[in-house]
Design a protein around this ligand. Structure first.
Ligand code: ITT
Length: 224
């Protein structure tokens, strides 16, 4: 069975990714590697941050006696149209004063800030989407004789898969399941928030489910 490191410390992401990918992989997470370096997410796009997380962790694992064969990293967030796509790549640290430098901020604070900024926006203009990019990088334990100039080799071998889920932002949080902005997000075609719909439904229609579906399709065609 293929060994896969899920490169996140976000427990909710780990549970969703495991549930969606199912029994095809043997999963490890960053909890299995407390000494793993933390990656600074300073790219301007979800794809940039996801690739950075996957590639840096794959390079680090390549220097160790780890049996992981691939690293999977998820970068995701919410885009509100009335806010020009904010919070976007800053979703996890939206409530911080300086979103480029601070660590993650509590979900409740991020949600409160989102509601504050959308206070005067009517229901029909509260359209939004969750986006997710999954980066998938091989762990190489073998040093090549003629590495590519500079250090692009791992980047070139990594793959990305994206997914989006359209919906709208309501006026007050509802529901207890999920994480992040789930209590404020009603996906198109539903009346309930992701936090009310629960994991089973969310994992069929979410941005993460769509990105992982593409990864699964790709993987099912590989001879491994
Ligand atoms: P890692 O970087 O360790 O993976 P993180 O939580 O910092 O964990 P991101 O940088 O990708 O992850 O930020 C994702 C944020 O976007 C997350 O903290 C939520 O605020 C929001 N988000 C992403 N997917 C979500 C989902 O399915 N439901 C609700 N909010 C979500």
């Amino acid at each position: 069975m293929t060994k896969l490191l899920i490169a996140t410390r976000n427990r909710h992401k780990i549970e969703e990714i495991r549930a969606i990918l199912g029994g095809q992989f043997q999963f490890l997470t960053l909890d299995d590697f407390p000494e793993a370096p933390s990656v600074i997410e300073d790219a301007k796009t979800f794809a940039g941050n996801a690739t950075k997380k996957a590639v840096e962790l794959a390079k680090w694992l390549g220097t160790r006696q780890s049996k992981s064969e691939f690293v999977l990293a998820d970068d995701s967030g919410l885009e509100a149209d009335a806010l020009g796509g904010m919070p976007g790549v800053h979703s996890a640290r939206f409530a911080a004063d300086d979103s480029a430098r601070s660590g993650n901020t509590p979900d409740a604070d991020n949600n409160a800030k989102l509601l504050r900024l959308l206070k005067n926006i009517p229901a029909e203009k509260r359209t939004a989407r969750f986006r997710c990019v999954i980066a998938f990088a091989p762990v190489s334990h073998v040093k090549t004789e003629n590495p590519l100039p500079v250090c692009y080799e791992e980047e070139l071998k990594s793959l990305t898969f994206d997914g989006a889920c359209e919906g709208k932002i309501i006026f007050a949080p509802r529901g207890d399941d999920g994480f992040g902005y789930d209590p404020l997000f009603v996906p198109d075609g539903f009346e309930k928030t992701f936090a009310e719909l629960g994991d089973e439904i969310k994992n069929k229609l979410s941005h993460r489910a769509k990105a992982l579906e593409k990864l699964k399709n790709h993987f099912s065609r590989l001879p491994i």
